[in-house]
Design a protein around this ligand. Sequence first.
Ligand SMILES: Nc1nc2c(c(=O)[nH]1)N[C@H]1C(S)=C(S)[C@@H](COP(=O)(O)O)O[C@H]1N2
Ligand SMILES: [Mo]
Length: 254
Amino acid sequence: MTDRRQFLLGGAALALSGCKVLDGATDPDSRLRALFASHEGLTRAAQRALIGDSLAPEFSEADIRQGQRPNGSTDPSGAAYRRMAASGFADYRLTVTGLVEAPQSLSLAALTALPSRTQITRHDCVEGWSSIARWQGVPLGTVLRLARPKLAARYAVFHCFDAIERGLSGEIFYYESIDLIEAFHPQTILAYAMNGMPLPVANGAPLRLRVERQLGYKMAKYVHGIELVDSLAALGRGRGSYWADRGYEWYAGI
Ligand SMILES: Nc1nc2c(c(=O)[nH]1)N[C@H]1C(S)=C(S)[C@@H](COP(=O)(O)O)O[C@H]1N2
Ligand SMILES: [Mo]
């Protein structure tokens, strides 16, 4: 409110003072300067209201009370995944495809060689439980920058190894998506370690997404592919994620 009022007052001052405004701009006490300052404040407030500037809370080691409870898929049964797991994910590749200038195929060694971020955060599952754990991984933004997103890219889609459903029409593999603002958020990481250990299979080995401002189902486990797209219409039933296609929110803000 204050910003808005100052902005309006500043506008009136500008209109009244006519051609003197440029001189006034060098005077530190001038209303014109106040106008510029409050206008900057307004722009920042408007942008933040739109894109969100919040960091999810981070905790201390002492807040980690129990292991991360595995939920959803906990042991993908596909032959390719089982083979990879048996060899310690030595053959694992993360692909980055779609609307990018430089498609990527990254080994775990390549991913862990990139600068990492570690964060102790709380995971909230829509089913009503939470747990605090320490996650280490490479910021998703770092990986996307390697692939150089094209201007048309709007969403990052995550393709996973686990068949979450087996029906008459075949297997449905878990899929999720976030927009590029969330993708470049500093706490959005591709985690390969949890509580100081390599990520266990039950929690999404070898690589799982952490999107700390949203609910657990957004945090795709067993990720093998990231695809940049301009629309979610062609994915699943068109709402952007396995669970969004089944009635949950696509933007699952906490
Ligand atoms: N690939 C994949 N990712 C997934 C799921 C899943 O079944 N498959 N379940 C989701 C849900 S509902 C939750 S709460 C978290 C659970 O993560 P955790 O097993 O590490 O606790 O993973 C999410 N990501
Ligand atoms: Mo969940």
